[in-house]
Design a protein around this ligand. Structure first.
Ligand code: UD1
Ligand code: CA
Length: 462
């Protein structure tokens, strides 16, 4: 088994006309992550010496996306999309000093896993192949290249769907689009391909037949289930890839000890983390950046984005949580709208129809009903009465509300910021407070009730 170095090439220059949108195809997302990034993640696990992405259609957009997370990735531009072979050839300059194996992938096959790549790579090395391709026995291989074998079962070439004879079209073994080729031959082989075919393109797949003609050792790795590897050419296939991704992720979560009422109705992002023993209700949607600890309880019909929810926290139904930190033992919802910058400490309570934004609640603080807390700092064990609003916006600027520990805010208060309610203070229900309240004092910000004697009512007789 050889131990040569590895380089990777991801073909991501195509426009993806069959997607019928302006967005470059490889930037369409599966589980909230651009397809090409799934492939970057999977290839990176092989520790390649060099990674090259071929960009073309909206090159800047695609390379910016990759660069943001893989700053050492090299880029080669394919100015005109003349086919997958031509695309791979663009990597020649970037790999001119590289010797070893080159892994080439299509950028539109986001369900390829690190595990699969490892298996193909191992096969390539143990067989001492010069070229290893990946195939799948597909029930319906329409649109895919066919792997043609001779009577002994040896690979002879790949023929693209458009170029298939009637007989070749019946072949069920399809090309998945993952190749490992020794750098000794790769670019020479590509240069020998022509574009005399139905698409008028330079096909990378033609190097298979050429390598065999040259007498190089060509092998294949065949996957059991072809469905995940057929690639995304249309919105229908994108939806199908999403479905498969979600199925895999749900299964992984369940096996790791997450409990789910209706797994088929929970939608994860690629990076969602949920700890063992946590319960997830039905219809939960995770956007990117969410991590939930162990033994938390998350009721259904809720949405989560970019948030950290600790062990044993509870989020009740119909809540929207974004950019938040929710600590152990905190309770949120039902019907809570938790916006970015919300930070709830241990054993806090944010109840029904409460909206928070840039609001910090210290341990044991409670805002149980129908309130808005924006740009606010709430002290430990402070209780905010129902219907309280922090008036944080004067039409031009935002201002802070600070409420210290052990404060009791009566119901239906309007706290006009900037304002500070000091430790242990109490405010009367229905107050509109515009000035700071000293510690331990009782603030009234409303007219006192007066009861007047009214003239006796005369009752008309019928
Ligand atoms: C390709 C294979 C086919 C295989 C299938 C698997 C060829 C000729 N055919 O077909 O055998 O069964 O994948 O999914 O390779 N690209 C470029 N520049 C180009 C053309 C394409 O960078 O000039 C990129 C695309 O962005 C895409 C990838 O290469 O990520 C594959 O191109 P696509 O047109 O989707 O190839 P398929 O027709 O699916
Ligand atoms: Ca494709």
């Amino acid at each position: 088994m050889s131990h040569s170095a590895l380089a990777t090439i991801i073909l991501s220059a195509g426009k993806g006309s069959r997607m019928k949108t302006d967005l470059p195809k490889v930037l369409h997302q599966v589980a909230q992550r651009p397809m090409v990034m799934h492939l970057m993640d999977a290839t990176a696990t092989l520790n390649p010496e060099k990674m090259v992405a071929i960009v073309g259609h909206k090159a800047q957009e695609v390379s910016n996306c990759i660069k943001a997370e893989y700053p050492t990735c090299l880029f080669a531009e394919q100015k005109e999309q003349l086919g997958t072979g031509h695309a791979a050839l663009m990597a020649e300059e970037a790999l001119k000093n590289f010797t070893g194996d080159v892994l080439i992938l299509n950028g539109d096959v986001p369900l390829i896993t690190a595990d699969l790549l490892q298996k193909i790579y191992t096969e390539h090395k143990t067989q001492n192949n010069s070229l290893t391709l990946t195939s799948a026995i597909a029930e319906d291989p329409t649109g895919l290249g066919r792997i043609i074998r001779d009577a002994e079962g040896n690979i002879t070439k790949n023929v693209e769907q458009k170029d298939c004879s009637a007989e070749q079209a019946l072949v069920k073994e399809a090309n998945v689009g993952i190749y490992i080729v020794s750098s000794d031959y790769l670019f020479d082989l590509i240069k020998q391909t022509g574009n005399n075919n139905a698409a008028g393109e330079y096909y990378i797949t033609d190097i298979i037949g050429l390598a065999i003609e040259k007498g190089l050792k060509v092998g294949s790795y065949t996957v059991d289930d072809p469905k995940p590897y057929l690639g995304v050419n249309t919105p229908l296939q994108l939806a199908e890839n999403e479905r498969i991704y979600q199925m895999r992720k749900r299964e992984m979560m369940l096996l790791s000890g997450v409990r789910m009422k209706a797994p088929e109705s929970v939608y994860f992002a690629y990076d969602t983390k949920v700890g063992a023993g946590t319960y997830l209700g039905a219809n939960i949607h995770f956007n990117a950046g969410v991590s939930i600890g162990e033994n938390a309880y998350i009721e259904g019909d809720s949405y989560f984005t970019d948030s950290n929810i600790a062990n044993q926290a509870m989020v009740k139904a119909f809540s929207h949580v974004e950019g938040a930190k929710i600590a152990t033992g905190a309770t949120v919802g039902p019907f809570a709208r938790v916006r970015p910058g919300s930070d709830f400490a241990e054993n806090t309570k944010v109840g029904s129809f409460v909206e928070t934004k840039k609001a910090t609640l210290a341990q044991g603080a409670s805002v149980a009903h129908l309130s808005y807390l924006g740009d606010a700092t709430i002290g430990a064990k402070t209780n905010i009465g129902g219907g309280t609003i922090t008036c944080n916006y004067d039409g031009v600027n935002k201002h802070q509300t600070i409420i210290e520990d052990n404060v009791f805010i009566g119901s239906n208060n309007a706290l006009v910021a900037p304002i500070c309610i000091k430790e242990g203070a109490t405010t009367a229900a229905g107050s509109a407070l515009t000035e700071d309240v000293p510690a331990q004092s009782l603030a009234f910000g409303r007219a006192r009730q007066t009861n007047k004697i009214q003239p006796a009512k005369t009752v008309k007789e019928a």
